[in-house]
Design a protein around this ligand. Structure first.
Ligand code: DMJ
Length: 488
């Protein structure tokens, strides 16, 4: 009789056990706690650098150890962007003093012309989120004051917002905008409307979103640049990258956050066109060594990318994908399309792995880096966090998706790799520095506030216990400020 445990079977069993341990290790609580603590420590490292060299200003310049202000007067970009992350991390003392400083020093009564989109996602979003987390009425008062000062941007013939507005005089400028800047306002303005009971905020921001959607091409795509006065497209390149990205994100998020049926319909229509014309599945042959085998076998692997196409013809215009596009797996997962989301996340991670940290832009056809900077962007981490969340959730359901647990561990592992690369290449003595080039790893003198609002936050949430933030009760604005689904 043949023995039950032959040598070959034993080898297969041992390989399977090793694989299981490799996959299971990242969920080992101690390791996760250590990573979570590291993220908090590194957040404080960068925050202390900001406090020491840039306090009261917008951003720290981490190489020259000085500060950068966006405009002639500072608007406390870093403190406002960082506050809700501190709260989530349980940094109570820092959060208390930062909140106090913001409440007593931040004023929007300034004769400066600001970029509506950036101010909305960072400051309005940050103030609203921190208000909801703390109940500090002063933050809501600041948010409403800011909202009032931004409103003149919507006074255009089309309802599309101008890009800039003077906070004191209300004078607007910038009559060529893009879908992202016009359409990434409703989470914040809509939340402000609910909290202040002033519908005007909701209506103006929603109209902007609808006006972009109404100008989609017959095949359902939008372009990159559009004239606010005439409503004519001035650049018909279509993609999910910067200048369009968060327009799509807000169609879906506003459908969920406000239960807005128009947004739901616009999302449902848009995603069909995105998948059809921008989606670019590619098959490639890879070598794998199955557990227990000695020699590799060739296997066909499908990679999914999203490229560029002309909004009218749908013809492919370029095969580039980048750090900003890497937000899309999160949005796909939130929409329920976890399969496409996980395929695309693998592609993003492939892009990250080319140089050990992700470039701003990558040609997936030629595998060349076409823009080599890394300004500390969060999107790929955000998507890892969403996929981790949905994998975990599906593994808890009665009829789980096959491999749910396995996938959650996989996203932890991916997150851990990215975290170690991020620290290795971007950390310096006083904070974190953007990279001029992911190829040479040369640093540049910039540490944008989204490092605190987003990059550290998503790394932290990826490693922290799920109870740290109840995912299903919030919607993150595009700057990672969580706002409550049930508004009060
Ligand atoms: C952030 O300000 C926001 O996430 C925005 O939507 C896109 N770019 C940066 C981060 O990369």
């Amino acid at each position: 009789m043949r023995p039950i445990l032959t040598k070959d079977r034993l080898r297969v069993l041992v390989s399977a056990l090793i694989l299981f341990l490799l996959i299971a290790t990242p969920t080992f609580p101690q390791k996760r706690v250590a990573l979570q603590n590291q993220v908090r420590t590194e957040f404080l490292h960068a925050w202390n650098g900001y406090k020491q060299y840039a306090w009261g200003h917008d951003d720290l310049k981490p190489l020259s150890k000085t500060y950068h202000d966006w405009y002639a007067e500072p608007l406390l970009m870093t403190p406002v962007d960082a506050l809700d992350t501190m709260i989530l991390m349980g940094l109570k003392d820092e959060a208390r003093t930062t909140r106090e400083y913001i409440a007593t020093h931040l004023s929007f009564d300034k004769d400066i012309s600001v970029q509506n989109f950036e101010i909305t996602i960072r400051l309005l979003g940050g103030l609203l989120s921190s208000y909801q987390l703390t109940g500090d009425q002063r933050l809501l008062t600041l948010a409403e004051d800011l909202g009032n000062r931004l409103l003149p941007v919507f006074n255009s013939p089309t309802g599309l917002p101008y890009r800039y507005v003077n906070l004191k005089t209300g004078k607007f400028s910038g009559n060529v905008t893009n879908p992202a800047e016009a359409g990434t306002l409703l989470v914040e303005f809509g939340t402000l409307a609910k909290l202040t009971h002033r519908q005007v905020f909701y209506d103006k921001a929603k109209r902007a979103l609808v006006e972009i959607y109404n100008r989609r091409s017959p095949i359902g795509l939008v372009g990159t640049w559009i004239n606010v006065d005439t409503g004519q497209w001035t650049d018909t390149d279509s993609h999910i990258s910067g200048a369009i990205d968060s327009y799509y994100e807000y169609l879906l998020k506003c459908a969920i956050l406000f239960d807005d049926r128009d947004c739901r319909r616009m999302w449902n229509e848009s995603i069909k066109a995105i998948n059809r014309y921008l989606g670019d599945p590619r098959t490639t042959e890879i070598e794998v060594i199955p557990g227990g085998a000695v020699s590799p076998i060739r296997r066909i692997q499908t990679l999914l990318w999203y490229g560029h196409a002309d909004m009218n013809s749908g013809q492919r215009t370029s095969t580039t994908y980048g750090a900003l596009d890497a937000f899309f797996p999160a949005v796909l997962a939130l929409s329920g399309d976890v399969d496409r989301a996980s395929l695309l996340q693998s592609s993003s991670f492939r892009m990250w792995s080319e140089a050990g940290i992700e470039p701003e832009e990558f040609n997936y056809q030629t595998r060349q880096i076409t823009a080599s900077g890394y300004p500390l962007r969060p999107e790929i981490v955000e998507s890892a966090y969403y996929l981790y969340h949905f994998s975990l959730e599906s593994s808890r359901r009665i009829s789980p998706r096959p491999g749910g647990d396995h996938n959650a561990a996989y996203y932890h592992q991916m997150g851990e790799t990215m975290w170690r690369d991020f620290v290795k290449y971007c950390r310096n003595a006083v904070g974190y520095a953007a990279l001029k080039s992911v190829v040479t790893k040369e640093k540049s003198d910039s540490m944008q506030s989204f490092l605190f609002a987003e990059t550290f936050k998503y790394f932290y949430l990826l490693f922290a216990p799920p109870r740290t933030l109840d995912f299903d009760t919030v919607i993150f604005n595009t700057e990672a400020h969580p706002v409550r689904r049930k508004l009060r």
